[in-house]
Design a binder for this molecule. Structure first.
Ligand code: BTN
Length: 242
């Protein structure tokens, strides 16, 4: 599915922005893959810049046509996060998904996902799936979360293109499963970082303890509070303290 339409860029501001600028053109369709060796301002979540040294990591955007309702959009982020876990598992690494879709290994971030949707009425006609996966980078600037890479974890250098091929082949398997209606929520829950463990969170500068219980159908994080009630939180609203 992702083998026929590949645009390889040496350097670009952001592969996601590049793809979004193709909206309306003939190439903007399911299967389009855009990669870059370097991004000058890679888009991260919450308006942050995604850091990546030139030529060391996988920087990729792919287009899919999920044709699902807007309120089901979290399924896309779930299957992409699970695909990155599948990829790491193929290297013998157990990863966790920090809701909604940061990929952590031993509490360090190895990959980030940014999904931007094109809507048609109430439906998502196209999703641009952006993935930054740290392959060979050894030193990272300070982040809230410490970063890691495949090379730091396994003490080996890897061909970035091979990682790309492997990711895309695993993604098409998960997508096919999604398109035939298979629910992958349980797998997502089994990989959820801090699930069923007491943990500290922050909202509007207020800190509190809670236990992650799961994710609601519309993608909100469900946390059991100290009075045993369950509250649902949006992505932008809540910060993990760990
Ligand atoms: C995050 O902040 O965790 C999400 C990072 C997503 C970065 C990737 S790199 C390739 C693609 N192009 C972008 O501009 N962002 C995504």
């Amino acid at each position: 599915m992702f083998t026929k339409n590949h645009i390889k860029l040496e350097a670009i501001n952001s592969t996601n922005d590049y793809v979004l600028n193709l909206k309306g053109s003939l190439v903007f369709k399911e299967g389009l893959v855009v990669t870059a060796n370097y991004q000058s301002v890679g888009n991260g979540q919450r308006g942050k810049v995604w850091e990546s040294n030139a030529n060391e990591n996988l920087l990729l955007s792919v287009v899919i046509e999920p044709n699902i309702k807007l309120d089901e959009q979290s399924v896309i982020s779930k299957i992409v996060a699970l695909t990155v876990c599948d990829l790491l598992k193929s290297f013998g690494i157990e990863a966790k998904i920090k809701w909604p879709n940061d990929i952590l290994v031993a509490k360090q971030k190895i990959a980030g996902i940014l999904i931007q949707n094109k809507l048609q009425g109430n439906y998502i006609s196209h999703s641009v799936i952006g993935l930054g996966f740290n392959v060979n980078q050894l030193v990272f600037k300070d982040y809230l979360l410490n970063a890691t890479s495949l090379r730091l974890l396994l003490n080996n250098e890897y061909e970035v293109f091979q990682i790309q091929v492997q990711f895309l082949s695993l993604l098409s398997i998960r997508l096919k499963r999604l398109k035939v209606g298979e629910n992958q929520d349980n797998e997502y829950l089994n990989s959820l970082f801090l699930k069923n463990e007491p943990a500290a969170f922050e909202i509007n500068n207020k800190q509190f303890m809670g236990i992650i219980k799961g994710v609601s159908k519309n993608g909100k994080l469900l946390i059991q509070l100290e009075d045993d009630s369950i509250a649902a939180f949006e992505n932008q609203q809540i910060k993990y303290l760990f």
